[in-house]
Design a protein around this ligand. Structure first.
Ligand code: TXA
Ligand code: MG
Length: 343
């Protein structure tokens, strides 16, 4: 069992001695959790296969699921792909640092364990100063999945990481809650046309505009999810980001009346709705603003999960591409409500 340490670090001006200490842990093959703008990541030096293996063990993650490699800038990203295309260059200049992961053909410097044995690597430059300075202090890229146990809710605060990974990570750098709150958009540039493997904060329209080309959104259903292999994005496995409390969703607030409400239940909705006849003990309206909703979504799930309720019921967010990412995460965190079919 590892002794987990939590150290507070200043978000915009991270203390050099703390970064040095974290870098030393990483260079020694250890695991360090740190905040990106999306969620906290569980980092190891990407070129150290043994260290990366430690990530899979700590998370209980299946080894075919590839990890995102975090770099400090475009120059460093280019070292790990054999094909820095015009598409990659245009996207990186517009969206990096930021919540966009580019899947590109990898070089031999990227160990198999990072890519799930596949021919591509997911690269991104995280926005927060802490994350980028950490990569710079280490001098090598950091492989980092979300810092949660496999199939649990992604962490947006250091407390979430500690609750899930205490004794499994050497160091947690606490720089406060993350600002974006939902995992990066994962875009596959190793194929043409470009395809979104995981919707996220950077939307399809912005990507298409930058590329002056159509961008497809990969559709994943239950059956397809079971066929996920090394070249797909297993973040798409159904019920992947689930709370431990049974959680269901309904398409619209009108269907809340069909729910067989247990005594201790919570309701989540993305706009104010009439709850006069909804017997939920706890009601959370997440702001009907996509960015605020993204920031609050996982935090809300973590909070509700901690209350040990019998059921969480969510009403799906409004239709429209700008809600793609939240709809996607909600669909993985819940099952569609059917009477007598609670998970
Ligand atoms: O915002 C984020 O992306 C966060 C922060 C820490 O950067 N990371 C994150 O990592 O969400 P993770 O491992 O929880 O999810 C990574 C997703 C998975 O769905 C994985 O399958 C996909 O990215 N992915 C990574 N590399 C890939 C590759 N080479 N080909 C296809 N999908 C890839
Ligand atoms: Mg994850």
């Amino acid at each position: 069992m590892i002794q987990t340490r939590v150290i507070a670090v200043t978000r915009d001006q991270p203390e050099a001695d703390i970064l040095d200490e974290a870098a030393a842990v990483l260079l020694g093959g250890g695991l360090v959790a740190f905040a990106t703008e999306t969620v906290y990541g569980l980092g190891a030096v990407a070129t150290n296969a043994a260290a990366v293996r430690g990530i899979f063990e700590a998370k209980g993650r299946p080894s075919f699921n590839p990890l995102i490699v975090h770099v400090a800038g475009i120059d460093q990203a280019r070292r790990y792909t054999t094909d820095w295309s015009d598409r990659a260059d245009a996207l990186a200049h517009r969206f990096w640092p930021g919540p966009l992961t580019l899947v590109l053909p990898r070089t031999a410097d990227v160990p198999d364990i990072v890519t799930g044995g596949g021919p591509t690597v997911g690269l991104r430059v995280p926005a927060p100063t802490v994350a980028r300075r950490l990569v710079e202090h280490v001098g090598l890229p950091l492989a980092a999945p979300s810092a949660n146990r496999s199939n649990r809710i992604s962490p947006t605060r250091a407390e979430h990481v500690l609750a899930d990974l205490d004794g499994r990570v050497h160091l947690i750098l606490d720089s406060g809650p993350t600002t974006v709150g939902l995992e990066s958009t994962v875009l596959d540039l190793s194929v043409d046309p470009t395809i979104i493997l995981r919707p996220g904060p950077i939307g399809r329209d912005e990507l298409a505009e930058t590329l002056s080309a159509k961008v497809a959104l990969k559709r994943h259903g239950g059956a397809e999810a079971r066929e996920v292999g090394p070249h797909a994005s297993p973040g798409m496995l159904s019920v992947h980001y689930a709370p431990q409390t049974p959680a269901v969703r309904v398409e619209a607030s009108g269907r809340l009346a069909e729910v067989d409400w247990p005594e201790r239940a919570a309701l989540i909705a993305f706009e104010p709705i009439d709850v006069t006849h909804v017997p939920a003990q706890v009601v959370r309206f997440i702001q009907p603003d996509r960015e605020v909703a993204a920031r609050e979504f996982y935090d809300t799930l973590h909070n509700l999960d901690a209350r040990q309720l019998d059921l969480i019921v969510a009403v799906e967010p409004p239709a429209g591409a700008e809600w793609d990412a939240i709809r996607d995460r909600l669909r993985r965190a819940t099952v569609s409500y059917q009477r007598n079919n609670r998970r």
